[in-house]
Design a protein around this ligand. Sequence first.
Ligand SMILES: Nc1ccn([C@@H]2O[C@H](COP(=O)(O)OP(=O)(O)OP(=O)(O)O)[C@@H](O)[C@H]2O)c(=O)n1
Ligand SMILES: C[C@](O)(CO)[C@H](O)COP(=O)(O)O
Length: 236
Amino acid sequence: MGAGWGVVVVAAGRGTRMGTKESKQYLRLADKPILVHTLELFQSLGEVEEAALVVGSADVERCRQWVREYKLTKVTAVVEGGKERQHSVHRGLAALTTEWAMVHDGVRPLVTAEAVRACCAAAEKNGAAVLAVPVKDTIKQVNEAGIIVSTPDRRSLWAIQTPQAFRRVLLLKALARAESEGFVGTDDAMAVERMGVQVAVAEGDYTNIKITTPEDLPWAEFLLSRRRSEGKRDDV
Ligand SMILES: Nc1ccn([C@@H]2O[C@H](COP(=O)(O)OP(=O)(O)OP(=O)(O)O)[C@@H](O)[C@H]2O)c(=O)n1
Ligand SMILES: C[C@](O)(CO)[C@H](O)COP(=O)(O)O
């Protein structure tokens, strides 16, 4: 991974599946908000020059305050998100100036420097790359009546994570086209894939969880305390 990277950290979701009054990115994980853990990892990477933080309109001011309080000097913009994740990504990307850009979920606080670097190195080689892990379960496609219709070969199935890394102009072009055509994807690579551009997969690790539902919180607490006891990630 060379220099010249920017990162969009998206944190403008409502966290409906978590079901808490406070949106999940603002809940505390050990001693800090989940979102701060995430931002601190990118702050600690020498290759990252700037970060755009995307949050809900009501949260812009408190996030600007955290940027100052936690000395997140690489956060150059705190911008309002959009209706869907993809719209939030687009707004954040427009605030960056770097040649290369990653997109990362604010609610994946346990991503490691090693995984980020693997993803970015794959993007520098291929133009676009995502972090992912091979699925461990057998996956079935099931119809609306609850009946199995197929069992895809597990060897070709990967669970997709973030960061997702791209030459910044490529992702900007892909998002602009997706929006003009009314397409909304659940990750960033989808917009690029539909332009016929190849996206590489870099193998990550299973601890880069997305905090989505209540049972993810104690798991994240455990993973963080294990890392700290091993002397890793004292930035978090
Ligand atoms: N309009 C949106 C929707 C999501 N996100 C962000 O995208 C990441 C991944 O989304 P997800 O886990 O689905 O978060 P939520 O949309 O908040 O959760 P839910 O779907 O349960 O409401 C989160 O960091 C979330 O804040 C965003 O920036 N803007
Ligand atoms: C981008 C992503 O993290 C890949 O797993 C994910 O798709 C975003 O959130 P959601 O759970 O699909 O809404």
